[in-house]
Design a protein around this ligand. Structure first.
Ligand code: HAM
Length: 433
């Protein structure tokens, strides 16, 4: 067997990893602006956590989980999403009793689903998301959607397509499920095997079926909006009117039901097609839920949240050139000229790092021409050239590798020299913006 990455997983290396790190940084910063706190839960959970919450009616739980018995014969699962684990942690640590509510948690990391790999679809992928738990409010629902859009805006996305729908309260959903059962019951003989299970477990899942013939049948199915309670309808319009007042564009899509079992009231997804025309699938999905904490042994408490697929965010940003200006290179590449300066160059490089500038030296004296090539490859901004003469005089040439401009700097005054140069560069950037 070839020694390669497991099917459906992928390495994220070098420039790509810098891209992911940048997305996560912007994501976390905007979450903090909205009063969210970092939240980290284990990759492994007892399988029960997902069965009870994400739901036995969902494809994710029924077919896609990485579930196995550990050495103590306990059934454990590598999380297929974060929401269930976050809710489990809040219940386990009784944070609903000790923290001011709503508790606002953000998270990012790997998740696992045994799906058929294809464009935008992996078996190990990465999510970044939030949960706002403990206050039942159409306004927090709206704020959560606004947060998702703000993050995408900060990342430079334009032309986003926000789809939104309401699944109503429990009574609305039960009435709707009955209507769907009746309708699909008449057609089930012509429908796929999966839909037979869905009809039994949760007929709303049928609306998500990807089989063309089943989609045709689903087109004429009863519509959620005809089964909404007055209260759910009012609640939905409260959320929509806040989005209006924030100038957030959306499309109400009554076929949007989402693939996980815990949702009720508002649900949403954001789609974007990259400039290359590739459709990687939904960039994010989310919605409101009511029974999640109680299903895990906690109190009746509502929540709302969403999760981005980082692979999809990254792919669209890459295709659209939104990651071109990422600075990944080092600040100063220190070039030793001659073996005899290597020790001093080592110390000098360390000093530059201690001043807060990234620095690299090859630890060997090579030809200057090849050193310049390597510096460019490393994305260095400046080259500092050090021979014994420079060390003697205490003055060395610092070359801007973008403009080729060169300036002599005093080595015993490095802090001021570098601050002046990098400070100027900052200012220059600001002028350009
Ligand atoms: P989800 O829609 O299952 O929701 O996943 C969220 C996002 O993860 C999707 O929109 C997509 O971008 C990405 N994604 C899903 N599956 C894959 C895959 N196989 N490969 C690559 N990316 C994928 C949830 O997981 C909910 N926990 C979201 C949520 C939070 N709802 C409330 N709070």
């Amino acid at each position: 067997m070839a020694i390669i990455a497991v099917k459906g997983t992928h390495d994220i290396l070098l420039d790509e990893a810098s891209g992911y790190a940048y997305i996560e940084k912007v994501f976390a910063a905007v979450c903090e602006l909205f009063g969210y706190r970092d939240f980290r839960t284990p990759v492994l959970e007892y399988t029960e956590v997902f069965n009870r919450s994400t739901g036995e009616g969902s494809d994710v739980v029924r077919k896609e989980m990485y579930t196995f018995l550990d050495k103590g014969e306990r059934s454990v699962t590598m999380r297929p999403e974060f929401t269930a684990g976050v809710a489990r942690a809040i219940v386990e640590h009784k944070l609903y009793a000790t923290e001011d509510l709503p508790l606002k948690a953000y998270y990012y990391g790997p998740v696992f689903r045994y799906e058929r790999p294809q464009l935008g679809r992996y078996r190990q992928f990465h999510q970044a998301g939030v949960e706002c738990i403990g206050v039942n409010s159409a306004r927090f629902d709206a704020e959560t959607i606004a947060l998702a859009m703000e993050i995408l805006g900060m990342l430079g996305f334009t032309g986003l397509h926000l789809k939104i729908n309401t699944l109503g309260d429990e009574a609305s959903r039960n009435a709707y499920r009955e209507a769907l059962k009746e309708y699909f019951g008449k057609h089930i003989d012509e429908m796929c095997e999966d839909c037979h299970d869905r009809l039994r477990l949760n007929p709303m899942r049928i609306l998500d079926c990807k089989v063309e013939h089943d989609q045709e049948i689903a087109k004429n199915a009863p519509k959620m909006k005809d089964y909404l309670s007055e209260e759910s309808e009012k609640r939905f319009y409260t959320t929509l009117s806040i989005l209006n007042s924030l100038d957030i564009e959306y499309e109400v899509d009554d076929s949007l039901v989402r693939g996980l079992d815990y949702y009720g009231e508002v649900v949403f997804e954001v789609h974007a097609v990259s400039k290359t025309g590739k459709d990687y699938g939904a960039l994010l999905g989310g919605g409101h839920y009511d029974g999640l904490l109680s299903a895990l042994g906690g109190p009746e408490m509502a929540g709302v949240g969403f999760a981005f697929g980082l692979e999809r965010i990254y792919s669209v940003m890459k295709d659209d050139g939104l990651l071109n200006d990422l600075e990944t290179g080092i600040d100063v590449y220190v070039m030793p000229v001659g073996e005899e300066v290597l020790d001093d160059v080592f110390v000098l490089t360390t000093n530059i790092r201690n001043l807060g500038y990234s620095a690299y030296t090859p630890m060997a004296a090579g030809k200057l021409g090849s050193q310049f090539k390597k510096a460019v490859k490393r994305g260095a901004k400046y080259a500092l050239i050090i021979g014994s003469e420079e060390l003697e005089k205490g003055v060395a040439p610092l070359k801007n590798l973008a403009t080729q401009e060169q300036k002599e700097i005093k080595l015993d005054n490095l802090a001021e020299e570098l601050d002046a140069i990098f400070g100027l560069e900052e200012e220059h950037h600001h002028h350009e913006e």
